[in-house]
Ligand binder design. Structure first.
Ligand SMILES: Nc1ncnc2c1ncn2[C@@H]1O[C@H](COP(=O)(O)OP(=O)(O)O)[C@@H](O)[C@H]1O
Ligand SMILES: [Mg+2]
Length: 313
């Protein structure tokens, strides 16, 4: 089956700007690239593969799109060893056994063929997230989260769903989606995904936001933060991300840091405060040491006269 045979659907968004505005209304701050891909994915009926560093809002994007479209979010969290029985479906063996046993007591009335038809019917099927999304009658967003964690062979499970929105079950036949769900796959890029998988998806690289957008995210997500504080936070985080670190601070860590500073009643981040709280942003001692060195050398963004490394006035 080709995608021409897929069911038609009403577009969910009128324009790229509409995607952006609606995402903003649920506190997700996108940019042109993100909003554009979401718009296209809806129009073309294609899945989106979202790749980028951890904590840059990939999972949240799928959740927020579900929220603004009033769709149910169905999430498949990937992990090493994930298999068909947890991703697609499995037969309820216990119930099947009980059914077989029960039929024995029915004085041999049921033939094996009858029993077989019976135990491989819907009633004995345990539906897992992928099949659930395909069978859904209500609008759904399917999130296949951290797909880079499964083995390459397991990726193959996804191919039929991603291109044809259908699932083949040997005993039951092919189940085709009644509506095209919006599908997001996320990857933290820990390994290359297969060409076959990539070919079926639109590709979106989500990187750390630029300073302006990160400041806005902080202002949106952290109650009680002032414009100036948000600005300083975004500036310092950016300067820390420019260092060679084991693990750069993610957006979620920026938010945690901002919350911490607000809790501490800080309204201006000086070097001392920044150094004392870098453990909120960074989780490796070597990274903390590097950042501390950088921060004390040049009080990021806000240079006070007299502070070490600040230009003389
Ligand atoms: N563009 C954004 N707008 C609003 N919040 C964001 C954005 N990007 C990241 N966040 C915040 O960062 C948190 C972590 O994002 P998440 O989607 O879990 O990251 P990822 O899946 O990329 O590792 C989210 O819960 C959200 O609060
Ligand atoms: Mg995630």
């Amino acid at each position: 089956m080709t995608s021409d045979a897929l069911p038609e659907h009403d577009p969910r968004f009128d324009s790229v700007d509409a995607v952006r505005d609606r995402l903003r209304s649920v506190d997700y701050l996108s940019d042109e690239g993100i909003a554009g891909i979401v718009y296209l994915a809806d129009r073309l009926g294609k899945p989106i593969l979202v790749e980028g560093p951890a904590g840059t809002g990939k999972t949240q994007l799928a959740k927020s799109v579900a929220e603004i479209t009033g769709a149910r979010l169905i999430r498949l969290q990937c992990y090493e060893g994930l298999d068909e029985s947890k991703a697609l479906y499995e037969w309820n063996y216990k119930k099947q056994l009980l059914r077989i046993q029960a039929s024995r007591n029915e004085a041999d009335s049921a033939s094996w063929d009858d029993i077989e038809d019976d135990i491989f019917s819907d009633e004995f099927l345990l539906t897992r997230p992928l099949l659930e999304a395909i069978r859904a009658e209500d609008p759904v967003v399917l999130l296949i989260d951290e797909v880079d964690r499964v083995e390459v062979e397991t990726e193959a499970l996804l191919l039929e769903i991603l291109s044809d929105y259908q699932v083949s079950i040997p005993e039951l036949g092919t189940i085709t989606a009644r509506q095209i769900p919006l599908v997001f796959l996320t990857s933290n890029n820990t390994r290359e995904l297969s060409e076959a998988l990539k070919r079926r998806c639109l590709y979106l690289h989500v990187d750390y936001p630029d300073m302006e957008r990160e400041k806005e995210i902080v202002l949106t997500k952290v109650p009680g933060v002032s414009e100036t504080l948000a600005d300083e936070i975004a500036r310092i985080v950016r300067s820390i991300r420019q260092l060679e670190l084991k693990k750069s601070p993610s957006v979620s860590e920026t938010i945690d840091w901002a919350r911490t500073l607000v809790l501490l009643g800080v309204d201006h981040v000086d070097t001392e405060t920044a150094v004392a709280t870098t453990n909120i942003l960074l989780k490796y001692q070597s990274d903390i040491a590097k950042a501390t060195k950088e921060l004390t050398a040049e009080p990021a963004g806000v240079k006070r006269p007299g502070a070490p490394g600040a230009p003389a006035r």
